[in-house]
Design a protein around this ligand. Sequence first.
Ligand code: SF4
Length: 444
Amino acid sequence: MIALIAGPSKPPRFAQGLGLPYLGAVLEEAGFEPRIFDLYPPSPDTDDTAVLDERLAEVLAEARPEIVGMTIHTPEYAARVRLARLVRERLPEVLLVAGGHHPTAEPEDLIRNTDFDVCVSGEGEETLLEIARRVGAGSGRGAMEWLDGIAGVVYSRDGEVVHGLRRRNPDVDSLPQQAHHLLGLADYNPHPALGMRSVGVVTYRGCPKRCAFCLNPQGHRVRHRSVSLVVDELARVVQEFGINGFNVYDNLFGLTREHSLAICEEIVRRRLKVVWDCWTAGDLVDAELAERMRAAGCVRVGFGAESGDDEVLAKSHRGFSVAQHQAGLDALHAAGLKTQPFLMVGLPGESEESVRRTVEFAKRCGADEVELSLHRPYPGTALWQRPEEFGVRIIRGPNFEASLETQSLSREAMLATARNASDELKSGGVGGGDFLRWDVYDWE
Ligand code: SF4
């Protein structure tokens, strides 16, 4: 048995991300028995970590998996390392596999300093399947030479960290449909933006942009799913689970205009009654596409504006200007779609003046909600690897926490400027929105 562990993150839980249902599907298709454990069901009788740990330990002791896999994003680093220790104490022989953004960016630390045995880089379906096959054939913890030759793995052998060959990302149409049934969808809460239960889907993987603050673990090559397979998946979820809500987790909906248009047209042609949201940025969505999205059930669009200052956008290699963002937002608003721009303070070139321009953009852009956060640099990004190239200094904390200084704003000044911006937007009630997130430097 292969256990894939989601959570713990703060309840309530909405639709789970895409990674584990895709991994589960690939393993099931090959005849393995994966299970997904989400530590936080939607109506928990407790969120006491010790109690949840004990529950997980009991389940693992009963199921006795040969492999335990966890996805790690950098903010969860400490929690995942702690969980790995707990699993190791209960199941000393289990193979602990880490995948996702953080193991892709910083595998050596996980291999040298934590209980994880193997890191999987990038998209993990084919790599985890190969690991499962070899474990199924009798391999396990120990000398680990059996991992030699598997692409996409990082592990320790004879005290040395070994990096396997890079794996070419898969053709997305060759992957099976996500194993939504492994998530126990009935247990999740309605998604707040959709007002109903929902599942995540993608219409493509990859991103050609090179934003300095993004790890882009799916690579720059864009791989589209065929239109019929995407809409088949929506129809199957509606029919099998009675769920009509979808979160389209494309990096940028509308990136390939004809593909996005075709998805919308196919939903309308099949008369599928679905409700969905998605993400985009810049002027990728024009008036015609926005109308088709609305007709196909889209109700809300998260919008990666990031800044209201053109110089900051250019220095961050965002690939869009403020005018392009406004054009995209105008098209979405004209079609009657709600938008939620995401803005950050703390990007390259940030100054008091640029933050002022971001605040003014937030006020005038016409969005229903604006989310302002403090930028936290992440391992694996161009900013993290080459800060001097972007004119910034990165101050690192424990567990990969980090903050950023520019030539104009010290760390303290950045924090104060961001606080003032947040207060101003809150007191102005930007577009009637009340959803202003505040990421403080939380290691202090
Ligand atoms: S932030 Fe979005 S647009 Fe930029 S590289 Fe990452 S996925 Fe692509």
